[in-house]
Design a protein around this ligand. Structure first.
Ligand SMILES: Cc1cc2nc3c(=O)[nH]c(=O)nc-3n(C[C@H](O)[C@H](O)[C@H](O)COP(=O)(O)OP(=O)(O)OC[C@H]3O[C@@H](n4cnc5c(N)ncnc54)[C@H](O)[C@@H]3O)c2cc1C
Length: 373
């Protein structure tokens, strides 16, 4: 028996249907609208979706800005400050040398810029030393020039810029870094970090060169550790006559001890073998104490826990600021450093023509004719 099926269909008005078909009927969407059904074209669908999402998007953007505002402002301010500080880095002033303080421009005869390759650099150094001895012009050695007060240079002398000699190699099995003297810690640390290693003793900051650090025998923040000399296995030293000698605790031991902390007065350190240690991550803790109780507080702190690095910074106000200057009289210097006579006497044995000089030597160690005071 035939069955009757009632089909009901809601048809949009003719003109609306035409529009829907013209816009692509297959993608149009039906939405109920009272008794009728509306057909919405894709463009309109997207517009409605956009409108619905817009407030959510604004909330997300506002939250993102609120969360990242502090770090963005911090990074921007740091970038501005760093740019402002950049000109404070030591420059080679016209006809002179400045250190990081830029307070003591010292006129010099010549600045020797070494080539980066070791062979030609050594050749050039030898020629400079022969020339300097022949003309009796003193030679000073410059690392990153962060020792301030102008005492590391000699007025009217020759200055050798060691920075281009900055190569390094690692003997991982012995944990020994072979590094040229002009390399800065900021180059050494990432190199070692890639091998999970680090230097064992260094200063509080990293722009300094290996040669400059060895020549002042810098101390680190490492608790209960002697200065950097304790991490040096050996180094090569170019003497005033151009000879290169290896110095270690067993080879040229006297020179080894004198040139570490020798302020460039014994010769030019070309490269060094430093013992290195596994890298470690430290947690920082800061405590503020009055200067009167500082020594006791630091002592108690470093004895109570195993502490890797410990350091106290004095609040240096304008009234109490003691700049890096050769203020001490020769008597005061001699009392502060009882070994100074032996140090300067060895210097004159190793370098009888006094080729290697600086203001410090002239003030405290040189013969009376060259003494500045
Ligand atoms: C911000 C700041 C933080 C510091 N923190 C510390 C610290 O924590 N501990 C510390 O002990 N000191 C510290 N110092 C001092 C610092 O260790 C010395 O100034 C160090 O010498 C800087 O190295 P440099 O490469 O700038 O050397 P330079 O200033 O260039 O040279 C220093 C001396 O080494 C001689 N010299 C340089 N290269 C050679 C070479 N290849 N052969 C022979 N002689 C050479 C120079 O003739 C000069 O007498 C700090 C200094 C500053 C500015």
């Amino acid at each position: 028996m035939p069955r009757t099926v009632l089909l009901t269909r809601c048809v949009p008005p003719r003109d609306e249907l035409d529009v829907a078909q013209a816009n692509g009927a297959s993608t149009r969407r039906k939405i109920p609208d009272g008794d009728r059904v509306q057909y919405i074209a894709p463009v309109e669908q997207r517009r409605r979706l956009r409108n619905a999402l817009r407030p959510i998007l604004w909330v997300l953007i506002a939250s993102g800005v609120a969360l990242s505002a502090h770090p963005i402002v911090h990074v921007a301010r740091t970038a501005v400050r760093e740019n402002a500080l950049a000109p404070l880095a030591p420059v080679w002033a016209a006809g002179g040398v400045e250190d990081a303080s830029r307070l003591d421009s010292t006129p010099v005869l010549r600045i020797v810029r070494l080539p980066a390759e070791e062979g030609p650099a050594i050749e050039l150094l030898r020629r400079v030393l022969v020339d300097a001895r022949a003309r009796q012009v003193p030679v000073s050695i410059a690392g990153a020039r962060h020792s301030m007060g102008g005492q590391t240079v000699t007025s009217g002398g020759i200055v050798v810029d060691m920075l281009p000699l900055n190569g390094m190699e690692l003997d991982e099995s012995r944990r020994v870094l072979h590094v040229q003297a002009g390399a800065r810690w900021e180059e050494v640390i990432p190199f070692l970090g890639a091998h999970g290693l680090s230097v064992s003793v260094m200063q509080s900051d990293s722009p300094f060169t290996v040669g400059g650090s060895l020549s002042v025998n810098c101390h680190g923040w490492q608790n209960d550790r002697p200065p950097i000399a304790s991490t040096v296995e050996s180094f090569r030293l170019m003497l005033a006559d151009g000879r290169i000698v290896r110095c270690s605790r067993t080879e040229n031991a006297e020179l080894f001890a004198a040139a570490l902390g020798g302020y460039g007065l014994f010769g030019i350190i070309l490269d060094a073998d430093l013992s290195v240690v596994p890298d470690a991550r430290y947690r920082i803790e800061r405590t503020r104490v009055g200067s009167a109780g500082y020594v006791e507080a630091l002592d108690a702190r470093v004895r109570s826990d195993p502490i890797g690095l410990a350091y106290g910074r004095l609040n240096v106000t304008r009234e109490r600021f003691l700049p890096y200057r050769l203020h001490a009289s020769r008597d005061q210097f001699a009392r502060a450093y009882p070994m100074q006579a032996a140090f300067f006497s060895l210097k004159r044995t190793v370098d009888p023509d006094e080729v290697f000089q600086n203001q410090f030597y002239r003030a405290y160690g040189g013969p009376p004719s060259t003494r500045a005071r």
